[in-house]
Design a protein around this ligand. Structure first.
Ligand code: ADE
Ligand code: ZN
Length: 328
């Protein structure tokens, strides 16, 4: 069994495997612009974040019904259980669905029923994080937050994702303040492709408690010191960074430099069906390519719970599982 861990950076729409995409397309009478699974996989050759996002949003067209969202999340959680995931904080992109005419309630009810089932079937705890699309207008994000109000008992926090460059965090200051006023936790993608200054903005203007990706922090020594002293977690996604060419190869991934700078680093899968592996695959990949020891992996697993929004009681219980884990 893989080491127990939390996954804190996972877009549920990014877990859509090609086989499930074709299955849902058939079920919903949709014709995909690909002849079969192998043909679709040839499209997974990305040059940057935008080239991935284009396919990511296009394939979401197969997600139409509550059952579709349920099946998507169930497939992820069944897989996550085999990867040692004991807790998952799951992103979803409401605007990518409501802008296609899918009601928000359909999305959330479908996801929640799957999360409830996983709790019983796999003893995995979960949280949902509603992400705003930063390449859409800030007013649309505010409308989305208002539309989510009847569902807030299912939602732990808000996040910020999609095309980063040209869409600075300050564009969303007002909606993040409104989310905080509603008692929601706040995270934001920053410093994936965009500059270190976007990380400062996410911290200072959005009140982000965690930074998703954040690898560009290495460009700014004062920011590194700040992140280390405040114990602000980074949710780093190694396979994603390589596939989207934010980092040339896994062998030169900056994860060790971030750990050496004293940051609270976690390892996550981002969009595993598109990037060649789930979260434990990322752990094994970095271990092999960055010469990490088993004890380094234990530190990363411990960090994943420390950085989570878990209650102190479950956090401590899961950290005790990490400490007791025996590597084969
Ligand atoms: N949405 C899904 N995956 C993403 C990523 N890696 N960066 C920004 N937005 C995303
Ligand atoms: Zn992401």
């Amino acid at each position: 069994m893989a080491i127990p861990k939390a996954e804190l950076h996972l877009h549920i729409e990014g877990t859509l495997e090609p086989e499930l995409a074709f299955h849902l397309a058939r079920r919903n009478n949709i014709t995909l612009p690909y002849t079969d699974v192998d043909h679709l996989r040839t499209a997974y050759d990305f040059t940057d974040l935008q080239s991935f996002l284009d396919l990511y949003y296009r394939l979401m067209d197969v997600l139409r019904t509550q059952q579709d969202f349920h099946d998507l999340a169930t497939a992820y959680l069944d897989r996550a259980a085999t990867q040692g995931v004991r807790h998952a904080e799951i992103f979803f992109d409401p605007q990518a669905h409501t802008n296609r005419g899918i009601p928000l309630g359909t999305v959330i009810q479908g996801l929640v029923s799957a999360l409830d089932q996983a709790h019983t079937r796999h003893d995995i705890s979960t949280e949902l994080i509603l992400c705003f699309l930063r390449d859409r207008p800030a007013t649309e994000a505010m409308d989305t937050l208002q539309a989510a109000r009847p569902h807030l008992h299912h939602i732990t926090g808000v996040g910020l994702d999609s095309a980063e460059i040209g869409h600075p965090p300050t564009k969303f200051t007002e909606v993040f303040q409104a989310a905080a006023d509603l008692g929601l936790r706040r995270v934001a993608h920053a410093g994936e492709e965009g500059p270190a200054d976007y990380i400062w903005q996410a911290l200072n203007h959005l009140g982000a408690e965690r930074i998703d990706h954040g690898i560009r922090a290495l460009d700014d020594p004062a920011l590194l010191t700040h992140l280390a002293t405040t114990r602000t977690p980074l949710t780093v996604c190694p396979f994603s960074n390589v596939r989207l060419r934010a980092v040339p190869t896994l062998d030169v991934h900056p994860l060790p430099a971030l750990m050496d700078a004293g940051l609270l680093v976690t390892v996550n899968s981002d969009d595993p069906s598109y990037f060649g592996g789930y979260v434990h695959d990322n752990y094994l990949g970095i271990q092999q390519h960055l010469n990490l020891t088993n004890e380094d992996l234990r530190t990363l697993a411990r960090n994943s719970f420390t950085a989570s929004f878990l209650t102190p009681q479950r956090r401590e219980a899961l950290i005790a599982e990490v400490d007791a884990y025996h590597f084969d």
